[in-house]
Design a protein. Sequence first.
Length: 129
Amino acid sequence: MLICKYPDGSQKKINRILLPLARKSLTQEYEKRRADFSDAVNEELIADTETTLVNPKRLTPRQEEVLEGIKKNMSRMEMAEKMQVSLARIGDIVKELKLRGFDFSINKDGNRIYYPEIRKWQFYTKVNV
């Protein structure tokens, strides 16, 4: 509800205001810009999807961070704190990596990572990282 105050000091409650429709040319311009924006966003999404489909081995930045953490013999808790995510999220990322063909051998002497694209295990100690 709106209260209108007049110069003479009187007041009137206004329950609704009727406004005319926008000009047709303004509405058409809005619709054109909205369509252009939607088309641009869709093109970006399609390009990203095609890149991922063309190169399914491409890792997300988070997946790369977890691999780096494993190379540096970091615990999952240390990775979660560094990346500011939950411990469960680190576990999910490790599962995603395993679905992509990676494998891990974690022990106190160093960690081994199996890289599917080269089909080899790499050994990492704190010294060689």
